[in-house]
Write a protein that binds this ligand. Structure first.
Ligand SMILES: Nc1ncnc2c1ncn2[C@@H]1O[C@H](COP(=O)(O)OP(=O)(O)OP(=O)(O)O)[C@@H](O)[C@H]1O
Length: 238
């Protein structure tokens, strides 16, 4: 096992408002990690910071042992949306784009993912529903050979049947040298494939647990969430 991600005392402010404070987290290779947290708890911000899409105010992020910088981008795959592309681009155009610009793009895997996700080569971004866009984001995120895959709410617009098969397939889309972080409001749904759960609340990581240990103690993801939430002084209805 290799250490894929290490975050030391990370604090991030926006417009003088603290969004994340004193975040510490360490993840090894070969894990599927669920990132749980209420709305506006900072999940997307944390993912964007790991992906080098936001500047760090204080603290450090190490990817594969190297301090986060432009060069460590090769270790990470993250697509926040497809807004940067022309809406007239088709799936096949996006495939050509990634092949041309990303050394770590695996053309064969991309085609397998495309077929699995039933994405028509001629489908334009402008014609994509929310769920179809999410499938395209999953496809192009997972089609790169990297150490860390970041999926931010990847399944929220996808119908239940496709969700189930994507969740099952996720395990085969990465290898033991890499790790996947999946943020979701529906952790229970992906709980069976998770190795670890990270809970973020009131701007920081308040819990990090092995799912095996949770299962052994008879806890579900939601039980764990509530436990760490109340322990830290939260106020949700049971
Ligand atoms: N561009 C921005 N400018 C200012 N504040 C922002 C910006 N983006 C996010 N925030 C704030 O940062 C906090 C964390 O937001 P973030 O999107 O990271 O949360 P989240 O846990 O991903 O939320 P959700 O589950 O609703 O997607 C929120 O209070 C939000 O208002």
């Amino acid at each position: 096992m290799t250490e894929i991600l290490k975050i030391n005392d990370l604090t991030f402010k926006r417009d003088r408002k603290t969004i994340l404070r004193d975040v510490n987290l360490c993840l090894d290779s070969g894990k599927i990690v669920g990132l749980m947290g209420e709305n506006a708890s900072g999940k997307t911000t944390l993912i964007s910071l790991i992906a080098n899409c936001l500047p760090i105010n204080s603290g450090e992020i190490f990817l594969h042992g190297e301090k986060r910088n432009q060069l460590t981008n090769k270790y990470v795959s993250y697509i926040s949306d497809l807004d940067g592309f022309s809406k007239s681009m088709k799936i096949k155009d996006l495939m050509k784009f990634y092949k041309k610009w990303y050394e770590n793009y695996d053309e064969k895997k991309a085609e397998e993912l495309r077929q699995f996700l039933k994405l028509d080569l001629n489908l334009k971004i402008s014609q994509m529903s929310k769920g179809t866009k999410e499938k395209a984001i999953i496809m192009f995120t997972m089609a790169k050979k990297v150490n860390l895959y970041l999926l931010d709410e990847p399944l929220s617009g996808i119908d239940i049947f496709a969700r189930e098969s994507i969740i099952k397939a996720l395990m085969s889309w990465f290898n033991e040298e890499s790790t996947v972080i999946i943020s979701s409001h529906h952790i229970e749904e992906i709980f069976p494939i998770l190795d670890e759960i990270v809970v973020i609340d009131r701007q920081t990581v308040v819990g990090h647990e092995n799912t095996e240990d949770l299962l052994e103690s008879g806890m579900t993801a939601n039980d764990y969430f509530k436990e760490v939430y109340y322990e830290k002084g939260g106020n949700i209805d049971a």
